[in-house]
Design a binder for this molecule. Structure first.
Ligand SMILES: [Zn+2]
Length: 103
């Protein structure tokens, strides 16, 4: 599935998640574009023990994903993963990107 990125109207810099001010040129005007939620694992951390809120999910991985568009986003994945594994976005839960392995 796709996810939304904020693209600076001035310089074209993209942000995930949204920012109020462009980190590149400090402009405040953005448009929203949809990008493919597929990419590869940049790095990850296994979470064995978490707060009560996420206890039902453990163990899981917090993963940094390099999307094919060049964006780097943080998400969660349930399966065991390795660096460079191909992953795809399958859900967005309360603002958190949920990935699974693919290809
Ligand atoms: Zn900008």
């Amino acid at each position: 599935m796709k996810l939304s990125v904020h693209v600076c109207e001035e310089c074209g810099n993209t942000s995930v998640p949204a920012r109020l001010i462009c980190p590149s040129c400090r402009a405040v005007g953005f448009r929203i574009e949809e990008i493919e939620g597929t990419g590869s694992v940049y790095t990850f951390t296994k979470i064995n023990i978490s707060s009560v809120e996420f206890k039902h999910l453990t163990p899981y991985y917090v993963v940094l994903v390099d999307l094919i568009s060049g964006e780097r986003v943080t998400g969660r994945i349930k399966e065991e993963i390795q660096i460079n594994d191909k992953v795809e976005l399958v859900d967005i839960e309360e603002g958190a990107y949920i990935f699974r392995k693919c290809g």
